[in-house]
Design a protein around this ligand. Structure first.
Ligand code: HEM
Length: 491
């Protein structure tokens, strides 16, 4: 047999029999020296890694980004350098709450994460299909996620926990309204928008800073399922999104998104009536219109799902010169959380894995640990910094301009003076009456079995956003409107 067809051990030695274990006599027992059997069993025991603590169920593919409009006046990032320039990328979409084996057609926010392999490092845009989020202070994130995951005793998801938390956190109303609307149950991920959601910053070649929001507009249009349709789909297949994305790309039907930005001059942030770094708010498009930047296309399926999609590691901390952070408290916490999760989930040198490795030179002085399979820097004596042996050095040219901040260090009440009702109310008023009806039906269904005090507390929030929103829910839940009106005006 030719060597390239021969089955081998992990050490490369040829295997003579892969069907029959080595035993003492035909009936056994087995011999300890059958290291090939031991190797097989030991590897099987190590085939699973911790699933992502959130966004465990996901679907991914490779693609390209092509610049269609010159935005160099806002950002010096190489990816935007010239119209027509293309950059390779990998994208992963996900649901938030379900485990790795969860059904795809569930009502949930969809994750929308893209890693752009730029010449000056990887830029990760780790967003969702919603422009806002449930909370604005990261201190509350683990509590919020606990309400989305399983109850410790019943091991079931708990509608009571969800509505208890949301009704005690009025800042969630905007995102809850989106989640319960048509957009909360997309048919697949080709038919969703993506949003960076947070405010990020752009720095141009003159060292000027702008605040920016990212929008990926689906070019396939939006498609949704009703709860009833989704139930029928899940009864047929739990993998509807995986099937849709994989087969679309496999048959050359490549999905595309138009990347657009909203840009705010740095000093405007001191003038807007809302906090532009509040993740529960959108920026009005009338004040900050969308500017097209380019087209993202997905055009290649991964060869190995585990190696390339399960092991892909996205982090909002992965920015490149010309793209930076903002004071958004949620974003600041995420800058810590993701790389920490990756070191736990994948191991110290996870960025050397092919799907995570930048496609530009990488020079750092981090040393050993799991997965240290990459070579030394070309200068073997330069293994610390500073050194006299020609090792890599910092480049002051990529420094950002200083950021002006002010105020005392304190635990500021993030709800003080914040209007949690106007934007969700505007969104409700923007919907057709059919859309409003479906939104309220979905909420009523999701509230089934929740204690009445919690339901009333939540209906007060709907009522404050729009009287018809509150009344519609009170009617559906059999709650007396006078209770709601009294409670709402008592506070
Ligand atoms: C995944 C933390 C808010 C989008 C994750 C993971 C963690 C995490 C630990 C798993 C990472 C991994 O194992 O690879 C947090 C914290 C948040 C937060 C602490 C708030 C303080 C958000 C927000 C968005 C978002 C606001 C969207 C705007 C995502 C996405 C993924 C993810 C898309 C999956 C990435 C992938 O496909 O690998 N988050 N998250 N998260 N998060 Fe968040």
């Amino acid at each position: 047999m030719t060597q390239d067809k021969r089955l081998t051990t992990t050490a490369g030695a040829p295997i003579s029999d892969n069907q029959n274990a080595l035993s003492a006599g035909p009936r056994g027992p087995l011999l300890m020296q059958d290291y090939q059997l031991l190797e097989k069993l030991a590897h099987q025991n190590r085939e699973r890694i911790p699933e992502r603590t959130v966004h465990a169920k996901g679907w991914g593919a490779y693609g390209t980004f092509t610049v269609t409009n010159d935005i160099t006046q806002y950002s010096r990032a190489k990816i935007f350098e010239a119209v027509g320039k293309t950059t390779d990328l990998v994208a992963r979409f996900s649901t938030v709450a379900g485990e790795q084996g969860a059904a795809d057609a569930e009502r949930d926010v969809r994750g929308f994460a893209v890693k752009f392999y730029t010449e000056e490092g990887n830029w990760d845009m780790v967003g969702n299909n919603t422009p806002v989020f449930f909370i604005r202070d990261p201190y509350k994130f683990p509590d919020f996620i606990h309400t989305q995951k399983r109850h410790p005793r019943t091991n079931l998801r708990s509608a009571t926990a969800m509505w208890d938390f949301w009704s005690l956190s009025p800042e969630s109303l905007h995102q809850v309204t989106i989640l319960m609307s048509d957009r909360g149950l997309p048919t697949d991920v080709r038919h969703i928008n993506g949003y960076g959601s947070h405010t990020y910053s752009f720095i141009n070649a003159r060292g000027e800073r702008f605040w920016v929001k990212f929008h990926f507009k689906t070019m396939q249009g939006h498609r949704h399922w009703t709860n009833e349709q989704a139930q029928e789909v899940v009864g047929r297949t739990r993998e509807s999104t995986q099937e849709d994305l994989y087969s679309a790309i496999d048959t050359g039907n490549f999905p595309k998104w138009r990347l657009c930005i909203q840009v705010m001059p740095e000093l405007d942030a001191e003038k807007t009536p809302y906090n532009p770094f509040d993740l529960t708010k959108v920026w009005p498009h009338a004040d900050y219109p969308l500017i097209e930047v380019g087209i993202m296309e997905l055009n290649r399926n991964p060869e190995n799902y585990f190696a390339e999609i399960e092991q892909v590691a996205f982090s909002p901390s992965n920015v490149v010169p010309g793209i930076g952070f903002s004071p958004d408290k949620m974003l600041q916490a995420r800058l810590f959380s993701y790389a920490d999760a990756h070191r736990y989930r994948l191991g110290t040198h996870y960025e050397a894995l092919p799907v995570n490795a930048p496609k530009c030179p990488v020079h750092h002085y981090h040393k050993d640990g799991p997965m240290r399979f990459f070579a030394n820097n070309p200068q073997p004596d330069a293994y610390y910094e500073p050194n006299s042996f020609g090792g890599p050095k910092e480049d002051p040219e990529v420094a950002e301009p200083p950021l002006r901040i002010s105020g005392n260090a304190d635990r500021f009440d993030h709800r003080a003076g914040n209007d949690d009702y106007k934007q969700p109310g505007d969104l409700f008023r923007l919907m057709t009456s059919e859309q409003q009806g479906r939104l309220m039906d979905n909420i009523a269904a999701a509230m089934e079995g929740v204690p009445v005090d919690i339901i009333k507390r939540q209906i007060v929030h709907f009522y404050r956003a729009d009287a018809a929103y509150g009344e519609g829910l009170a009617h559906r839940m059999g709650v007396d409107m006078t209770d709601i009106v009294q409670y709402s005006s008592a506070e």
